[in-house]
Design a protein around this ligand. Structure first.
Ligand code: GLY
Length: 563
């Protein structure tokens, strides 16, 4: 072992270059929106130009993404929004989906208590009660400055008039035809019943436009009551599904206090449970404060190894302890405690600790892979970090009849059976078991970073459990490696989630030499099959200029400014 250690030191400390990362970034002095769809970013910027604030723009962008980025943008799913107003007020809006009233703990198990393949991921039974419209409504009621109708109208317009299908979207829709086919409305809307869309054609969604019009005219009631709720309940009755009118009537977005942490003088404002992401992010940053990485290059084996060990420990606690805070007494304070991080960090060496040897913390009882993220900052300095999702691409694949609304498959984020991995390979615990009205555990980590009392960075990512580590990378790349925000989001990434005990690496992240060195350190590595999540971020420069970090991994993505 010792000789391996000595022989390795030369390569371990080598920094890699930033090749492949674009260093030039779009910037503006006014407001800015960065999202997975340039068309949706343009909608947000249009709202800013009309005098809307960051929350108005975030709602308009999110509704536009539901039309132009249907694999993850949605009104049939849910998510989290972290808001920081220019006066320093912060809030976290939890609009995560909710298990319907007919849900029960063993709903995805067969008679032998084995998980029924696909039941929690495809079709109506995979869906939780959507939260997006309630979340956007709550945010707008609290902080919006333009009339609700004005922020919804652009999405209605794009759904009715159609948007131009890109070559990439045309090819994805065609490749999914067999999966959409069992669901008549989905196959008609996205595959035109087999007469597939070609690049350059307009894809119109009249039923979605009608649903959005009801939302525009009636606010949240346009979705959770009346015609839209009736259509969801009728669809479930006709085709077999759990939804009832009461499920929609009962849904509420919850306003929560953001989780807060610090890292070397930076102040982190992020999402509390039912996201696991905020707690894991702060926990990992706490460990890295004790075991700093700044002197290692961002692709050097020592840096990769250090982050991987930190990731394993945070994900072990995620698996054991995290779930819906309204159904469990979660040890979040213990998890984000700096003393606990120091204990964990003390166990990290240059060699891999096998995940089987990493156990979640035991805390005393207390007394008493698809999603989309966008970042918005307005000219006054209000900021929104929003991540929302249908879960996997195109969610449950079902458009509920007559609504134009694609349903999520978020029920798969619950523990179908303790010890059995979900679609992301995550092993989860009792705290995340299914119960009616409960919200599934999430990894979504919308985050705002503050420096010296001023807004510094807005960041977030899609990508299931990889989200948490992508957000970590984005912050470290700026803070530790002095990258521009564009370099930081474009830079290759890697991921470890405790189980499976291996490092998943994205294109360009681990060179052959680094992988060989990692193997000597005891870390198994494999190239990603599905890709790690993108990242869309905004950095505020010293003179107040807003700099866009647009992830080049998503060809449709883009930034728009209000100048
Ligand atoms: N659906 C992925 C997540 O919320 O983590």
């Amino acid at each position: 072992m010792a000789s391996i250690k000595t022989g390795l030191m030369g390569t371990l400390l080598l920094a890699s270059s930033l090749s492949g990362a674009q260093s030039q970034s779009y910037s503006t002095r006014g407001g800015m929106v960065v999202s997975d769809s340039k068309t949706a970013s343009d909608v947000g910027a249009e709202i800013l130009r009309k005098g809307g604030n960051a929350v108005d723009a975030a709602v308009a962008t999110g509704l536009a993404l539901a039309v132009t980025f249907p694999s993850a943008g949605n009104i049939g799913g849910g998510g989290f929004m972290v808001v920081r107003m220019a006066d320093g007020e912060t809030v976290a809006i939890d609009y995560r989906e909710m298990a319907p009233g007919k849900a029960f703990r063993e709903m995805y198990l067969d008679e032998s208590e084995d998980v029924i393949p696909g039941k929690s991921t495809v079709g109506r039974w995979a869906a939780g009660v959507p939260g997006t419209v309630a979340g956007f409504w709550e945010a707008h009621q609290r902080y919006g400055s333009l009339p609700w109708k004005d922020v919804v109208e652009p999405a209605v317009r794009i759904a009715a008039d159609g948007y131009v299908v890109s070559a990439g979207r045309a090819s994805v829709l065609r490749s999914r035809a067999d999966r959409f086919k069992p669901f008549a409305d989905s196959y008609r809307v996205f595959c035109r019943d087999g007469d597939f869309y070609e690049a350059g054609e307009r894809l119109k969604q009249p039923e979605l436009a009608a649903t959005l019009s009801r939302i525009r005219d009636q606010g949240r009631d346009g979705f959770y009551k009346g015609e839209t709720a009736r259509l969801f309940a009728e669809d479930a009755k006709k085709h077999g599904g759990p939804f009832t009118i009461a499920d929609f009537d009962n849904y509420v977005a919850k306003v929560r206090t953001p989780l807060k942490g610090t890292y070397k003088g930076y102040y982190i404002v992020t999402m509390p449970p039912p996201s696991s992401g905020g707690a894991a992010l702060i926990q990992m940053l706490n460990m890295l404060e004790v075991r700093p990485t700044g002197r290692y290059g961002p692709s050097s084996p020592l840096y990769v190894n250090r982050l991987v060990e930190v990731m394993k420990r945070a994900f072990a606690d995620r698996a054991a302890h995290m779930g819906d805070p309204d159904y469990n007494d979660l040890p979040v304070d213990n998890i984000i405690d700096k003393g606990y991080a120091a204990e964990l960090a003390a166990g990290i060496s240059v060699f891999a600790t096998p995940s089987s040897e990493i156990k979640a913390g035991v805390f005393p009882p207390k007394e008493g892979r698809n999603t989309t993220h966008y970042s918005v900052v307005d000219s006054a300095g209000n900021a929104v970090s929003n991540t929302y999702t249908l879960n996997t691409g195109y969610g449950a694949l079902v458009i509920a009849e007559g609504t134009g609304v694609l349903l999520n498959n978020e029920m798969d984020d619950f523990t179908s059976k303790p010890g059995v991995a979900n679609t992301y390979g995550l092993i989860q615990g009792e705290a995340n078991s299914i119960a009616p009205g409960k919200r599934p555990l999430s990894s979504m980590t919308p985050t705002i970073v503050v420096k010296d009392g001023s807004l510094f960075m807005v960041t977030g990512s899609p990508g299931g459990p990889t989200i948490i580590n992508t957000v970590l990378h984005s912050i470290l790349n700026v803070v530790e490696h002095d990258m521009t925000i564009q370099e930081a989001v474009a830079f290759p990434r890697f991921h470890h989630q405790w189980m499976p005990d291996s490092v998943e690496w994205g294109p360009g992240a681990l060179s052959k030499e680094t992988r060989e060195t990692m193997a000597l350190l005891g870390q198994e590595t494999y190239p990603t099959e599905y890709g790690l999540g993108s990242c869309h971020a905004i950095l505020i420069g010293p003179n107040g200029r807003r700099w866009a970090g647009v992830d080049p991994r998503v060809s449709s993505s883009g930034a728009s400014g209000s100048d």
